[in-house]
Design a protein around this ligand. Structure first.
Ligand code: MTE
Length: 311
């Protein structure tokens, strides 16, 4: 299994140029055939992608921060737990079942799922409901590409993502902190939106286990918990699906969970955030942007909706 010890020191905030150098190194190594097959495959898939038209004019978070400050409760509730414990996750072999309101239900082997559409790299902001954020270069393709293949029926109105819940691989699922398996959901039009990324890699590599290997979803205009990791099942439904966080605390975590600086969490403000690796405790926090900065692209999905009610 790949180990993801970073070659970037924790102290260093990775400017995009450094990340690109690193990527050039990976590219050269792949060409020379010196990298592990999984890594070369991942690097190759990352590099296949066209230059991203989805980027943010902000520094990319260091690889070290993005892989050592995580939420993945299946491995514990501390931010450092996933990096310490997720090496027990086996991301291969892996299958993803797509079922429910689709004309063509199917079980995909992870390798077939990877090849289904052209990968691209997208540098997205990730805003966690807890008040911190990162900027991460993800690698994947729009979820709509997969949905096209399975053909949602006329009854499909929502989509549910289910993460793996195997106590042998994931010690955290023995705790009752959440109901397992971890489930999340979107309205179908949100899932079809081109920003919604079925994600297989980050920083030009396969997803590290702690970031949700081998496949997760990234929905950049919503709080991070909507972006379920290590997905084994995708189900199209007519009714709004239950989600783990909504079941755990319905008054705190709604179904929509769009990033919204004007709607506070009942226990804290959502108006500002701290960028991991950049904003020390003495620096003023940065302002959180409506829909995490993606309002131009997604606000239209919510026209006429009361976003205080549908939080
Ligand atoms: N997916 C699963 N299966 N389990 C989790 O605990 N945590 C969520 C989300 N997806 C979580 C999950 C939360 S709260 C956040 S902020 C993001 O993953 C964190 O993703 P990252 O660790 O890759 O930054």
């Amino acid at each position: 299994m790949l180990k993801f010890k970073s070659d970037i020191p924790a102290s260093e905030i990775t400017p995009y140029a450094v990340y690109q150098q690193r990527r050039a190194f990976v590219q050269a190594a792949v060409a020379a055939g010196v990298l592990m097959p999984t890594l070369s495959e991942a690097a190759a898939m990352a590099l296949k992608g066209a230059p991203s038209s989805y980027s943010v004019p902000e520094k990319t978070t260091s690889f070290d921060d993005a892989t050592h400050y995580n939420n993945f409760y299946e491995f514990g509730t501390d931010k450092s737990d996933p990096a310490r414990h997720a090496d027990t996750l086996r991301p291969a072999p892996w299958t993803v079942r797509i079922e429910g309101e689709v004309a063509k239900p199917r079980t995909f082997d992870i390798d077939d799922l990877r090849k289904l559409a052209g990968m691209e790299e997208r540098v997205y902001r990730l805003r966690c409901v807890e008040g911190w954020s990162m900027v991460i270069p993800w690698v994947g393709y729009p979820l709509v590409q997969l949905l096209k293949q399975v053909q949602p029926t006329g009854n499909a109105k929502y989509i549910e993502f289910t993460s793996l819940a195997d106590p042998k691989q994931m010690p955290g699922v023995r705790s009752s902190v959440l109901e397992w398996p971890y489930t999340e959901g979107l309205r179908l039009d949100e899932a079809l939106h081109p920003l919604t990324l079925l994600t297989f890699g980050m920083y030009g590599q396969v997803l590290p286990n702690q970031n949700g290997a081998p496949v997760r979803v990234i929905v950049p205009w919503k709080y991070g918990f909507k972006s379920a990791k290590s997905i084994v099942r995708i189900r199209l439904t007519e009714k709004q699906p239950n989600t783990s966080w909504n079941l755990a605390a319905p008054g705190e975590y709604g179904f929509y969970s769009n990033v919204n600086p004007e709607v506070d969490h009942p226990r804290w403000s959502q108006a500002t955030e701290r960028r991991i690796g950049e904003d020390g405790i003495f620096k003023p926090k940065r302002k959180t942007l409506m829909f995490n900065g993606y309002a131009d692209q997604v606000a239209g999905l919510y026209t006429g909706m009361d976003l205080r009610k549908f939080y």
